[in-house]
Design a protein around this ligand. Structure first.
Ligand code: SF4
Ligand code: SF4
Length: 387
């Protein structure tokens, strides 16, 4: 599922070693650049700000989710104590953590052309993230998703403490990468085989109505097995870059498939590139950025780490297809997305969907307090409809 066509592969470069002065922030790690001696290095003029923008967006999303989590815990506590604690409004944004409800509601919307009443925010957030993948590769994973942020923090911590990360051999890496598609296929099959009436029945069942509380309870009442699984996943994430995202996350798998349609991709200009290989070494998805002219792979999360380390002007960009032109700078004129542009597009997509849902009165799940007073304290006893 790498999505790389054979035609994209270039000849392996000849390399020698020269010393260059790194541009401020443009080149990370060693300032010694191995390069093709037949190519001239034209150094980047401007400081790279991609990682500053990306980490700022990641931090904002982590804080947003932490705020939503705290508010949701207070809301749940209010009903669990029969109204004896502080009342806060239910934060509909927590439904971003209900991707299955989001997919169910999307199918319901497509079939009935009406917006579902239970967990509609899950659907709007799902559509917003899907739209971001259609426009900007899998930017959702490396710019917005808090799990992606945690994964990145873990492998970078592992790299710092142990001096390196590990790459699984291809014979195990490729089948393991297929696991997330198996999980995605399972959910797609189950949801795909449900009629609109069955979807509505599920979401209007007591279980469906407090699916968010059940999710919270899963983490609050986590047992020994759950803790062991978490510790194993966290440990593996220290050694293997983005272990969860690369092998197990069905949501990332779906975003990756949608990203195949993205017109914006990482693109390399072979004439400007000096074949130093820094981009490939920096790529958390282990993609051969230095040997491809564009990255179509479903694993590319638009993190721009490859661009951040590239020393050569116009060699690597997150862009629309290049223009015709003999001069390198002409080929990339007005087609490159700067990190600020990526941030703005993501913000427009996210706030566009959320704003539309709020403005049209379709953001919140409106259920009476009396129903929540009955369901929330008993959420653990509610079983899946049909079981
Ligand atoms: S480093 Fe570049 S090629 Fe690799 S995942 Fe990030 S954006 Fe994609
Ligand atoms: S695109 Fe990659 S190989 Fe080429 S100059 Fe940039 S970092 Fe080096």
């Amino acid at each position: 599922m790498s999505g790389q066509s054979e035609a994209e592969w270039m000849q392996p470069p000849l390399a020698d070693e020269v010393s260059v002065t790194p541009l401020d922030g443009a080149v990370s790690g060693s300032d010694r650049v191995h390069r093709n001696p037949r190519k001239k290095l034209i150094r980047r003029r401007l400081k790279d700000r991609s990682q500053w923008f990306r980490h700022s967006v990641q931090a904002a999303f982590v804080m947003l989710n932490a705020g939503l989590g705290i508010q949701f815990c207070l809301w749940t506590r209010y009903y669990e104590t029969a109204g004896k604690t502080l009342y806060v409004n239910r934060p509909a944004g927590v439904e971003g953590w209900l991707p299955i409800a989001g997919m169910m509601n999307t199918k319901y919307l497509v079939e009935t052309r009406s917006i579902p009443q239970i967990h509609p925010a899950a659907m709007f957030l799902f559509l917003a993230f899907l739209a971001s993948s259609l426009l900007l590769k899998k930017a959702f994973c490396s710019w917005l998703c808090p799990i992606g942020t945690l994964s990145e923090l873990l492998w970078k911590t592992g790299e710092k403490f142990f001096g390196r990360n590990f790459q699984l051999p291809k014979w195990i890496d490729v089948p393991l990468r297929g696991l997330k598609y198996l999980l995605l296929s399972f959910f797609a099959f189950v949801i795909g085989s449900m009629s609109a009436a069955a979807l509505a029945d599920f979401l209007h069942s007591p279980y469906g109505m407090v699916a968010d509380v059940k999710m919270l309870n899963f983490f609050r009442d986590i047992g020994q097995t759950g803790i062991i699984v978490f510790v194993v996943l966290l440990s593996l994430s220290l050694f293997i870059r983005n272990f969860w995202c690369r092998y197990l996350c069905p949501y990332g798998a779906l975003m990756g498939l949608a990203s195949l349609l993205s017109p914006v991709k990482i693109r390399r200009d072979a004439a400007a590139c000096i074949d130093c290989g820094k981009c490939a070494r920096a790529c958390p998805a282990n993609l051969r950025v230095d040997q491809l002219v564009q990255i179509r792979s479903v694993e590319c999360a638009a993190c721009m780490e490859c661009i951040a380390v590239c020393p050569a002007e116009h060699a690597l960009q997150f862009s629309l297809p290049s223009r015709r032109g003999t001069e390198v700078k002409d080929r990339w004129r007005n087609v490159v997305l700067t990190p600020m542009a990526v941030t703005i597009v993501l913000a427009c997509v996210f706030f566009g969907f959320v704003g539309f849902a709020k403005a049209t009165g379709h953001w919140n799940t409106s259920l009476p307090r009396s129903l929540y007073l009955e369901l929330v304290p008993n959420a653990n006893h509610l079983s899946h409809p049909g079981m």
